[in-house]
Structures are given as structure tokens and as C-alpha cells.
Design a protein around this ligand. Structure first.
Ligand SMILES: CC(C)(COP(=O)(O)OP(=O)(O)OC[C@H]1O[C@@H](n2cnc3c(N)ncnc32)[C@H](O)[C@@H]1OP(=O)(O)O)[C@@H](O)C(=O)NCCC(=O)NCCSC(=O)Cc1ccccc1
Length: 158
């Protein structure tokens, strides 16, 4: 039996007590720059990921709101976990750009929701997959919107 995929590990842990926290901690060990926003993954499934992050001193900007680039980090976590659950093992993916708008002050902890309008076909050609991400505050107000473009290509035969 090989190492479980990221999505395989999520499915294994999600139903267990503390499983989401354990998965989120394991993710931050593997990808240390995610750790600065203290993320908790709430849901992962093909085409969807939701992740929350508290407002703490380490993400404050000079006006004591949630720093925009920390919010971008949160958006990337949501995109990355969505991609892990959506892109089949036959293909690989790599983010190649992000468009982002800061639409309101982020004065609370945040939730990023990455959601694809539809699951694409994964064929023999590489393609750009735009992943829309909404980031909302504790009241549900949208504070950041982003579209992360992911480059998806078939894996080469080993
Ligand atoms: C690669 C491309 C996006 C498109 O150029 P094209 O020439 O049309 O693409 P082509 O398909 O012909 O491939 C050419 C070569 O490109 C590489 N490569 C391609 N795909 C993958 C892949 N899936 N994984 C690994 N490498 C891949 C590979 O060397 C391949 O050569 P090969 O075929 O192996 O011999 C280029 O603009 C670029 O490198 N931009 C910078 C992107 C960048 O730095 N993003 C990171 C910023 S985001 C971040 O830091 C967080 C984060 C990171 C990771 C995960 C999650 C979060």
C-alpha cells in the first residue's frame, strides 16, 4: 500500500474525532508557509474546499485587520485542497497566477471558499483551470475575492 493522497488522507481522517484538526496540522507540517494563518480545513470534496482562519496578532496589518497577503495565503490553501480533490492522479497541477480584490476590511477571522462551477474534463492537453475563491468574515460579508489560475497537464509516463 502506497502513501495515501491528500484527499485520501482527508477522507480517512474527517469522520474521526479531531480529524479535521489533525489533517490541518499535517498539511501545515508539509507546507509550512500555510501555518502562519493557523488554518482549519472544514470541507474538501471534488470542486470544493472551505477553510477557516482566526484573526490573531500574526496576521494583523498596520490597521489591525487581517492582512491582505495572509488572506491570499488562505485563498491558496482553499485552491490547493480543492485541486488535490479534483485533479486525478493522471494529471499534475501548478498555480500560475492570482487575481485578487480586497473588497471590504477584514476585521474578524475568515473563511475561504473555493468552488468550481463545474468539474472539467482532464484530457491529453494542458489547460488553465480558473479557481474562484470567496473569502468572507464572521458575519458572512465578502472581504476578498480571488481567481487563481491553475495550470493542469497530464503526468508523463514514468
Ligand atoms: C509551468 C508554467 C505554469 C507554464 O509553462 P509551460 O512551459 O507552458 O508548461 P509545461 O507544462 O510545458 O511545463 C514546463 C515545466 O514547468 C514545470 N511544471 C509544469 N507543471 C508542473 C507541475 N504541476 N508541477 C511541477 N512543475 C511543473 C516543469 O518543470 C515542466 O517541465 P517538465 O515538463 O516537467 O520537463 C510556467 O508559466 C511556470 O513555471 N510558471 C511559474 C509557476 C510557479 O512557479 N508556480 C508556483 C507559484 S504558487 C506557489 O508557490 C504555491 C504552490 C506551489 C505548488 C503547488 C501548490 C502551491
Amino acid at each position: 500500500m502506497g502513501t495515501p493522497s491528500t484527499y485520501g488522507l482527508w477522507r480517512k481522517l474527517v469522520a474521526k474525532p479531531g480529524g479535521k484538526q489533525l489533517f490541518s496540522a499535517a498539511m501545515c507540517l508539509r507546507v509550512p508557509y500555510f501555518g502562519t494563518v493557523l488554518p482549519t480545513i472544514r470541507e474538501i470534496r471534488p470542486g470544493h474546499c472551505s477553510v477557516t482562519a482566526p484573526k490573531w496578532w500574526g496576521v494583523h496589518n498596520h490597521i489591525r485587520t487581517f492582512h491582505a497577503i495572509a488572506a491570499c495565503n488562505l485563498a491558496e490553501i482553499a485552491m490547493g485542497m480543492l485541486a488535490e480533490a479534483t485533479v486525478p492522479a493522471t494529471h499534475r497541477w501548478l498555480p500560475k497566477g492570482m487575481e485578487v480584490s480586497y473588497v471590504a476590511k477584514a476585521e474578524t477571522g475568515l473563511r475561504a471558499i473555493a468552488e468550481l462551477p463545474e468539474i472539467p474534463e482532464f484530457g491529453s492537453e494542458g489547460f488553465d483551470l480558473p479557481v474562484p475563491v470567496r473569502i468572507v468574515d464572521a458575519r458572512g460579508t465578502e472581504v476578498v475575492t480571488a481567481t487563481i489560475t491553475v495550470w493542469v497537464t497530464p503526468r508523463k509516463a514514468a
